[in-house]
Design a protein around this ligand. Structure first.
Ligand code: FES
Length: 103
């Protein structure tokens, strides 16, 4: 069964800037890179800061605003310390202007 949920409008997402969406109660960070949208957990695995609350995107990584750990958007893998646990990554589908995320 598909359980994709509309999370945002593609046209409303800024380029390379994380935007938080609540998807079925899960806080998700959406990052638009051109016509691609990545969806990763919004909560940093280090000390649970919100990545959308001041975080930024740098060369394919989302950077935590609190202690600057980074995570690869493509697969959630931890990059720069202090985090060493990967972020959850969610499947995204785009239908017209709707960005759907599977939780
Ligand atoms: S809370 Fe994100 S790096 Fe510490």
């Amino acid at each position: 069964m598909s359980d994709f949920t509309i999370a945002a409008s593609l046209s409303a997402l800024p380029e390379n800037q994380p935007v938080r969406a609540d998807v079925n109660g899960t806080p998700v960070a959406l990052v638009r890179c051109g016509e691609t949208v990545h969806a990763v957990a919004d909560t940093c695995t280090h000390a649970e800061a919100s990545l959308c609350d001041g975080g930024h995107v740098d060369q394919g990584y989302i950077v935590c605003p609190l202690h600057f750990a980074s995570f690869r958007l493509a697969d959630g893998e931890a990059g720069d310390p202090p985090a060493d646990e990967a972020l959850a990554v969610y499947e995204v589908r785009i239908e017209g202007d709707d960005v759907l995320v599977k939780i």
